[in-house]
Structure formats: C-alpha cells, structure tokens
Design a protein around this ligand. Structure first.
Ligand code: DHB
Ligand code: FE
Length: 285
C-alpha cells in the first residue's frame, strides 16, 4: 500500500512565492519618496538605533557574524515578506491609518493575490468539493462614514484553509481557492459563504522560524479572514476579521488584532454559522 505524500509548505517555498507575489503586485503600487532629506533623516535614525542597541547589549563578534549570516539566509529563502509583514507592518498600518474614522484597518500580510474570481453579492467562495472546515457565512454592508450605503463596493476576500494554508503559497491547493472579489449589491450588502479558517503558523523550518525558536517565541496568528474593501471616491480599507474566543487572539505574533475586528459567529437559519460585519469607509482625502 502506498500513502500519498503530504506536502507541507516550507518556509523557502512560501517565502519565494510571497517574494514573487510582492514583486509582481504590491511592489509595483505607489511611489516612495525621493526626498533626499527625508531618506537621510530616516536612514540615519534607524542606523543610530541599531548602533545604540549594539552598545547597550554589548554585541560580540560571533553574535554580529550570526546576525549577518541570518540576514543573508532570510533573503536567500525569500522570507523578507514573511518577516516584515509579521514584525514590522503593523506599525506602518497604525501610522498610516491613524486618522481614519471608519472601520479599523490592519496588516495586509504577504498572501494577497489580485485578479481572483469575480463574484456576486450573495456567493460562495471557490473551494474544493471536499473542503475541510465548518461552513461560515460573512454578511454585512459597506457604508461611508456618514452612513451612505455604498452600492457596488467590492470586498476582495482571502483566507487560509482548515490546515492554515493559503492557495497560491502552499503546494496542492487549487489556484484561487478561498479567494474572491465580491461586488456588493445596490445597498452595499453582501453575504459570502466560506469556511471557518484555522489559525496560521509561520513556517518554522526557515530563518524566521529559527529566530522565533531561538528567542523562545511562538509562531502563531489567530484564525482570520482578510479583506480589502473598495469603492470609488473612498479610501480602500485593508483589514482582517478574527473570531471571539479564538486561540492566539491575545498573543498574535504579527500584533495585528484589534478589539473592533472580532466576529461573534451565530448559527443561522440552516445551522450554518453567520458572522455580520459592516465595513465603514472614509472618503478619499
Ligand atoms: C503572515 C501571514 C499571514 O497570513 C498574515 O495574515 C500576516 C503575516 C506572514 O507569514 O508573514
Ligand atoms: Fe493571513
């Protein structure tokens, strides 16, 4: 008797896929500053703080060498998107979105892919016929901060499967699985059938995992659903929804949870869990 091989994503596999996705997508969006003074001030400040940490902790030469080796390996494995989105992005998000009056944003993470299936307001995400996990419906309305319903808004949604893996970044999951771009109805309403995602663990076999293990941290993110909500004339909202009582909610390795983003699923008429969340968008500045 033969057993089918179990393909567990590796850090280098997920990392290089995330690096490629970044180069093709997010890395093309938006222009950074070319203001020499701003670059000078920021780069000097960052380097100065590294120097300070080295002095304060009396870094040794073997430690400096280990850090240098580790940094080289993070790049070789393509793990920079994983590392940065877990340990740094939450602060960027906090700074950029501090002035929003509508729904709270949180990190995008490394696993967004554009161009997914376009779906109507009431829909089921593409999934395998034997997709594991409890069915879950996310419904709600997209509105502006002044309460105007935003008919035709889009909810671009992506989530991990019941094993905590994302399509496009792990072997053996069909392309586009548990991803879709949903157009809300004329009243901004949507009802998306998916599954209850599982918590996500950063691959531990790579350099980022090595740091996490060496420091005695854990590598978990609580179960979450990613969304990017847009409507013409409004600031796009990138956020994630979590689940009340979910494991790792209070110790997310990516520090990306917020109390306003926690769902309370309830059994719907047919026994399927339903979570309602209304997305409130800020006008473009
Ligand atoms: C990472 C993965 C995620 O699913 C997420 O939401 C944020 C960060 C990561 O591995 O870097
Ligand atoms: Fe995620």
């Amino acid at each position: 008797m033969t057993t089918a091989p179990i393909h567990i994503p590796t850090a280098a596999g997920s990392g290089s896929a995330a690096t490629d996705a970044f180069r093709e997508n997010r890395g093309q969006r938006g222009a950074a500053t070319t203001d020499q003074q701003r670059i000078d001030t920021f780069a000097r400040d960052v380097l100065g703080r590294i120097h300070e940490a080295i002095r304060e902790h009396h870094l040794t030469y073997p430690e400096y060498t280990a850090v240098k080796k580790w940094l080289i390996e993070v790049g070789e494995n393509g793990e920079w998107p994983l590392f940065l989105d877990v340990f740094v992005e939450h602060v960027v998000e906090d700074v950029v979105n501090s002035g929003r009056r509508g729904s709270k944003g949180t990190i995008e993470g490394p696993y967004y892919l554009p161009g997914q299936a376009e779906l109507p307001a009431t829909c089921t995400l593409p999934m395998r016929s034997d997709e594991k996990g409890d069915p879950l419906v996310l419904d709600g309305q997209v509105r502006a901060v002044d309460g105007t319903p935003l008919g035709g808004a889009t909810v671009d949604i992506w989530l991990a499967d019941d094993d905590g893996y994302y399509s496009g970044f792990a072997p053996d999951i069909p392309a586009g699985n548990l991803r879709g771009v949903v157009t809300a109805d004329g009243e901004g309403r949507f009802a998306i059938r998916a599954i209850q995602p599982a918590p996500y663990e950063i691959p531990k076999d790579g350099s980022v995992g090595q740091l996490i293990a060496a420091a005695g941290w854990h590598a978990w993110r609580p179960a979450h659903i990613h969304v990017m909500v847009s409507a013409p004339g409004y600031r796009t909202l990138t956020t994630q929804l979590y689940f009340r009582g979910g494991e790792w909610l209070d110790s997310d390795v990516a520090q990306a949870t917020k109390p306003e983003l926690i769902l309370d699923p309830r059994p719907g008429a047919d026994g399927v869990l339903v979570s309602t969340y209304d997305f409130v968008l800020d006008p473009e500045q």
